[in-house]
Design a protein around this ligand. Structure first.
Ligand code: SAM
Length: 206
């Protein structure tokens, strides 16, 4: 990925609202959880360069646009009509974004349009965040990366934070995700952690 003077840059066409540094788009960690992950987790960066990506919870496509600067293709799922309209507009100007106006709870609806991907990213603030991403593992290749942005508040205000994370880790382990790391995004995104693991369907935990 492109870093200059500690700033993460993105090589695509500049869009309205972009911050620009030395002629390139600034990928701001405060505006994108994927960028936050890059800032917090160096030297490991999400393996998005040249990758096929499925992104759940695309909204109007802000993060998706940056990913599309680096990736081969981004399949972007969004179920809310207003942001989906902007997402479709964005996809008109970028040939490697495939917008899917669908509910990520029902992957069977977009199964015919999505190939196996290298990276599955989810940014959906719903109580059943973990269950939704598990249903979408059908799209992730063996050895592919899962990056789940968890909004802890959406999982219940009464529950203990560590218990909630542990519960998600267990669910993902049963679903074949191994080598799970938890990255706290608090510095850039309040109440969020990233759960990052590798899909090894042959190694489901008991
Ligand atoms: N990832 C976006 C970005 O960085 O540009 C922001 C995503 S926003 C936090 C979450 C989005 O998930 C919202 O646009 C919401 O409509 C969408 N969403 C929530 N539940 C969904 C579902 N079941 N299927 C598809 N999209 C969903």
């Amino acid at each position: 990925m492109i870093w200059q003077n500690g700033i993460l840059l993105s090589p695509g066409a500049i869009l309205p609202g972009d911050l620009v540094y030395q002629g390139m788009r600034i990928w701001d960690p405060g505006r994108s959880k994927v960028a936050a992950l890059c800032y917090l987790h160096t030297p490991d960066e999400p393996p998005v360069t040249g990758a096929r990506i499925l992104y759940l919870g695309a909204a109007a496509g802000s993060t998706v646009s940056f990913l599309s600067d680096y990736a081969e293709v981004v399949y972007a799922v969004e179920f809310s009509s207003r942001p989906a309209r902007d997402l479709v507009r964005l996809a008109h100007s970028r040939s490697n974004i495939i917008p899917l106006f669908e509910d990520a709870r029902y992957p069977e609806r977009y199964l015919p349009f999505v190939e196996l991907v290298d990276v599955l990213i989810q940014d959906i603030a719903q109580r059943d965040q973990a269950e939704i991403v598990i249903r979408n593992l059908v799209f992730l290749r063996d050895g592919g990366h899962l990056i789940l942005f968890l909004k802890l508040l959406s999982m219940g205000v009464q529950k203990n934070r560590e218990e909630m994370i542990e519960n998600v880790v267990q669910l993902l382990g049963h679903a074949g995700i191994s080598g799970i790391r938890i990255i706290n995004l608090e510095r850039y995104h309040t109440g969020h952690v990233a759960v990052w693991g590798i899909y090894c369907p042959g190694q489901k935990s008991d």
